[in-house]
Design a binder for this molecule. Structure first.
Ligand SMILES: [Zn+2]
Length: 70
């Protein structure tokens, strides 16, 4: 089982259940047990899809400049 959760920086990520710490790309070392779990997934493919979905939900309503326009 994989757990999906969010860092304080807003990034959604997943980790395998039972793993105590997960380092975010922002540099913060998260204690998985202390995070609010957004969702669970059976495997890492599903987990990564769900992470993408959560990221889209977070940014969905806002106009962001995409990388190809910079
Ligand atoms: Zn972070």
């Amino acid at each position: 089982m994989y757990l999906i959760f969010r860092c304080d920086c807003g990034r959604t990520m997943y980790s395998k259940e039972g793993i105590a710490h997960k380092k975010c790309v922002c540099g913060k070392n998260l204690k998985v047990k202390e995070r609010r779990i957004l969702a669970k997934a059976e495997n890492h493919e599903t987990a990564s899809k769900m992470v993408r979905k959560f990221q889209e939900e977070k940014y969905g309503g806002l106009q962001f400049t995409t990388a190809d326009k910079i």
